[in-house]
Design a binder for this molecule. Structure first.
Ligand SMILES: Cc1cc2nc3c(=O)[nH]c(=O)nc-3n(C[C@H](O)[C@H](O)[C@H](O)COP(=O)(O)O)c2cc1C
Length: 318
């Protein structure tokens, strides 16, 4: 049940999903202008000053368009949650997504500022907890999603959540085209996330070689592993192989440490010439929806095509 003021500004019930080191202002602005919700993790900014600048730029460029939606990674290892939250509150976006942790600590300030809060959850227990904490919507992370993934079957997950929740539900994982978006809606979702397909757009911050690999990859090239982040993550087998590793014999890794990922000095070290291939940098993630990546269009073209696919679906009830 989307608020009418939001629904009326959407061309499609779609969110260009937040993606670490992939979603920046160009992608977000193009998505919003094309009529879908554009999202980005605040962790993509190396400093709070940069985050303030991104938020101001995106806000100015999307006035009257679909809403933009910052994503706060609320995992306890993220030392920047409070500062990023303060920057988001200064910008007053219409909606915010929380991920990789409990939304509880950030809900009150966001709701007080009039923000719609969506929390990403991967189990029914976490969905119940997020609802009890007062969220407006749930992003259901299902099996096959890109990045840190879910493991629950989407059909069962949506229906299980709909037994106790009539607020906003977003399907995350496996959205390879507009037909999938229509199917998610039929199942009971209000919105769908599309991540991997937006990596392979001209506006994404991903390296050209990453985008090309998505075009060439098939569904079977997606490898589920805990080796790179400590949490179950879907990765591209060819990128693991290119880094000199065997995708079928990867080591287990310890707990996720977002502090390390967003630390500016660490990122510069990874950017330095000669740096060894490291997780998120040259070992790349993709969801099962990589099966729908055939080229590298602009964001506007991707939304246009998805809207045409969505419109082609006819549901006949007898
Ligand atoms: C490269 C990559 C980075 C991601 N980074 C984030 C992130 O920073 N925050 C977040 O909430 N989700 C992140 N995700 C998950 C996406 O928001 C979304 O759940 C997922 O892409 C949906 O599946 P799909 O890629 O098959 O569409 C990431 C996904 C990918 C592929």
């Amino acid at each position: 049940m989307l608020p009418a003021s939001l629904e009326s500004r959407l061309r499609l019930p779609l969110i260009a999903a937040p993606m670490f080191l992939v979603s920046g202002p160009a992608l977000v602005v193009a998505a919003c202008r094309a009529g879908v919700i554009g999202s980005f993790p605040t962790a993509n900014c190396r400093t709070i000053a940069e985050l303030d600048a991104w938020l101001a730029e995106i806000k100015a460029a999307t006035a009257g368009a679909a809403p933009f939606c910052p994503n706060l990674i609320v995992h306890r290892s993220n030392p920047r949650v409070a500062d990023d939250l303060a920057a988001v509150l200064r910008a007053r976006p219409e909606m915010v997504i929380t991920s990789v942790g409990s939304p509880e600590p950030v809900i009150k300030p966001l709701k007080d500022a009039g923000c719609l809060v969506l929390a990403d959850v991967a189990s029914v227990r976490h969905a119940e907890k997020a609802v009890a904490a007062g969220v407006d919507g749930l992003v259901l992370l299902t099996a096959g999603a890109g990045g840190q993934t879910g493991w629950v079957n989407p059909f069962a997950f949506v229906r299980a959540v709909r037994r106790f929740w009539d607020g906003i539900v977003v399907m995350a994982g496996g959205m390879a085209d507009g037909q999938a978006v229509a199917a998610a809606e039929l199942l009971g979702c209000d919105l769908a996330y599309m991540g991997t397909k937006f990596i392979a757009t001209r506006e994404s911050l991903a390296k050209p070689a990453y985008k090309e690999m998505l075009v060439d990859a098939r569904l079977d090239d997606v490898k589920l592993t805990r080796a790179f982040t400590g949490l179950e993550t879907n990765m591209l087998r060819p990128s693991i192989e290119a880094a000199g590793l065997d995708p079928d014999n990867l080591p287990e890794r310890g707990a996720i440490d977002i502090a390390k990922d967003i630390n500016a000095a660490e990122r510069e070290r990874l950017d330095a010439p000669g740096s060894r291939a490291r997780r998120w940098k040259d070992i790349w993630s993709a969801g099962h929806s990589v099966s729908g990546v055939a080229d590298i269009p602009s964001v506007a073209e991707l939304v246009e095509r998805t809207a045409a696919e969505y419109a082609s679906v006819q549901v006949v009830k007898t």
